[in-house]
Design a protein around this ligand. Structure first.
Ligand code: 5GP
Ligand code: ZN
Length: 113
């Protein structure tokens, strides 16, 4: 498997993991664009939102729950934060393993692309 995020899940590639459970792993983005920039990913390889099956939909709720918890722990829950999932080439997805960005710690731009 040459998926970089699967390699992070397997511990084959080092990362700064801040949370994990049976379903998901959260770690610091290697190239942060905000003071808080975490990635929340399913352990199972799902290429993108567009590949999510009906039975896999609950993983999104779980990722949001973990992101909200990490936002509280990271001290950005009050000031505000943004959760982003890019999908596909024109959606800005570079890593083909489903992931949610948690961004916070500064005023984010109002633009949506
Ligand atoms: P995308 O553009 O696919 O939504 O976001 C991919 C994100 O993964 C980028 O913000 C990028 O900095 C991050 N990233 C890519 N490779 C690695 C890596 O090996 N380790 C970590 N921690 N983050 C990575
Ligand atoms: Zn993967």
């Amino acid at each position: 498997m040459d998926c970089i995020f699967c390699q992070i899940v397997a511990g084959e590639v080092p990362s700064d993991i801040v949370y994990q459970d049976e379903e998901v792993v959260a770690f610091r983005d290697i190239n942060p664009v905000a003071p808080t920039h975490l990635l929340i990913i399913p352990k199972r390889h799902i290429p993108s939102l567009a590949h999510l099956s009906e039975t896999e939909l609950p993983i999104i709720g779980h990722m949001v729950k973990v992101a909200n918890q990490l936002a509280r722990e990271g001290g950005v829950a009050e000031s505000g934060y943004r959760l982003v999932i890019n999908c596909g080439e024109q959606g800005g997805q570079l890593v083909p393993h489903l992931h949610m960005h948690l961004l916070g710690g500064r005023r984010l731009s109002g633009g949506l692309g």
